[in-house]
Design a protein. Structure first.
Length: 530
């Protein structure tokens, strides 16, 4: 790109321009043999970037394909979103795009051309890595009135006259708003993920921690020493393979890992498949491999359906302790704001962890599934518990839904789940809410529930009249964890949301920790050759 000489009235402003480039599109190359005149098909593009000084910052104002020339690791993440969290009118949101911070990596995009209230979207903003937020501005007390709407991400887009001095003043106000104004109610989580610069010491230590968790045990894994006491003591809460949100899963036939001239296909699209492919590459696996090993997805015709992205972009990872959390998603590190974590922990402290109200037996190592445990546990509880797992109860609309896994004589609807990550907990939390909604609002379901329970054990007649009063999430762990503070951040915000909904139905949410014996790894029997 060539540097442009600015008007003398614009001190400190620089601009770079690239005249139009011409390129034959791939489809024209492919079809030119059939339609010779396609040799005239060309894509043309121009690029312009203006660097505008605002206080001690520079803003890159991009035109055409200018944004593609930027080194995005040098861009301050979430600037636009932080302003939007303070100034977008919650009653006139037009676009919302986010990615769930968990193993599922669900991406959602909602558009309302005329704008809508955040509350009407029925979207739990907590636990979402918001990628884009667009809407009308709340201009009360704002120093500029001529800008009525924005589209916010890392960047911020708005319509304005081509008066760079005026744009400078608008951006200066945006900076001041971020520094001085509180976040709008309902958008706290948008502002709670604090991006870490890739060059920061914290990000470098976290890369080392991630590499040690991902690569240790694989051939040619580098030794990982010297993390520093602050980082060596962090717990791993989440480590999963997760495709980037611009990759269409329905169109993937294979994913291949590359390092220079080496390549290896992933047999399965999960963490085990990724580790096996990394081992097959037979390259040194140190911190640099997080960036240098790249993955690409292909369809059935072997056409690429993704760019070659670093392996770090295909991982979701969370580490921390009760007071601080660090999250890697889409290749970027974030720190969950300390004040948000503190408030989240305070809210979760309202959920009672049951220790003496009833007792469930230790989960034996021989049981691999919750169904096996639920079949066995009632016999160990002396008649205080009956099993409802896999017992489907018909609702008015014909759907069949489990009321719970175990029902305690004192009225506890117990939902059991061996802990294996945030994805399984999301299903558990939702399952309990659906059950309560049906017991409260569906007469057919409630009567069928009563009949089913009394057929199993007639002595539960008093119990069925009381249900639902208490829901218990019984989570089985193989290692010591503090419930609920040691859950992944997404699970914590999800639990808080579902607990609030249960209370809305007059039901008390509770937690129970089941001790689970570690499964015994048995060696395969040796076979002697004849």
């Amino acid at each position: 790109m060539s540097r442009l000489a600015p008007n003398p009235d614009l001190p400190g402003v620089t601009a770079y321009f690239h005249a139009k480039s011409e390129k034959v599109p791939p489809w024209a190359k492919a079809l030119q043999r059939l339609f010779p005149e396609l040799e005239n098909a060309l894509n043309t593009s121009n690029r312009l970037v203006i660097f505008l000084p605002v206080r001690d910052r520079y803003f890159a104002i991009c035109f055409g394909y200018g944004s593609s020339t930027l080194e995005w690791s040098a861009i301050e993440a979430n600037f636009g979103l932080r302003f939007a969290a303070r100034r977008v009118n919650p009653g006139s949101v037009r676009t919302y795009r986010s990615r769930r911070i968990d193993a599922a990596g669900r991406t959602q995009s909602i558009q309302m051309p005329l704008g809508s209230d955040i509350k009407d979207l029925d979207v739990p903003f907590d636990g979402e890595f918001v990628r884009q937020l667009a809407g009308e501005l709340d201009t009360i007390g704002l120093e500029f009135k001529e800008i009525s709407a924005i589209v916010a991400s890392d960047a911020v887009m708005f319509k304005a006259e081509t008066d760079l001095l005026k744009v400078q003043s608008v951006l200066d106000v945006m900076l001041r708003e971020i520094e001085t104004q509180p976040v709008k109610e309902g958008l706290e989580f948008v502002d709670s993920l604090e991006p870490l610069k890739a060059s920061s010491e914290t990000a470098k230590h976290l890369d080392q921690l991630l590499a040690s968790k991902l690569f240790t045990g694989l051939p040619m894994a580098a030794p990982f020493d010297g993390l520093g006491s602050e980082f060596e003591g962090l717990n791993e809460y989440l480590l999963e393979f997760c495709t980037p949100d611009d990759v269409d899963l329905s169109n993937i036939a294979r994913v291949t890992a590359y390092k220079k001239d080496r390549s290896e296909d992933l047999v399965t699209l999960d963490l085990d498949g990724l580790r096996a492919a990394l081992a097959g590459l037979k390259v040194r696996l140190g911190v640099r491999a997080l960036q240098e090993v790249r993955l690409a997805a292909y369809d059935e015709d072997d056409n690429p359906v993704s760019s070659h992205m670093p392996v770090r972009n295909w991982i979701v990872f969370e580490a921390g302790d009760k007071d601080k959390r660090y999250i890697l998603t889409l290749g970027r590190w974030f720190a969950l704001a300390a004040n948000y974590t503190k408030q989240l922990n305070e809210d979760l402290s309202r959920i009672h962890v049951i220790e003496e109200e009833f007792s469930l037996p230790t989960w034996p190592s021989r049981f691999n599934s919750e169904t096996s445990y639920n079949d066995w546990a009632p016999g160990e509880c002396g008649g205080s518990v009956i099993k409802l797992d896999t017992v489907d109860i018909r609702a008015e609309d014909g759907d069949e839904v489990e009321a719970c896994d175990l029902l305690h004589r004192d009225g506890y609807l117990i939902h059991v789940k061996p802990y294996s990550g945030s994805q399984t907990l999301s299903h558990l939390f939702a399952q309990a809410l659906v059950s309560v909604q049906l017991l409260r609002g569906d007469d057919t379901y409630r009567e069928n529930f009563k009949r089913t329970v009394l057929e199993i054990d007639p002595s539960f007649a008093e119990t069925v009249e009381r249900v639902p009063e208490v829901v218990t999430y019984a989570l089985a762990f193989t290692r010591d964890r503090d419930l609920p503070l040691d859950l992944p951040s997404f699970s914590k915000v999800n639990l808080r949301d579902f607990a609030k909904r249960l209370r809305g139905y007059g039901v008390r949410p509770t937690l129970y920790r089941i001790l689970r014996e570690r499964p015994i790894k048995r060696k395969a029997p040796e076979v002697a050759d004849n």
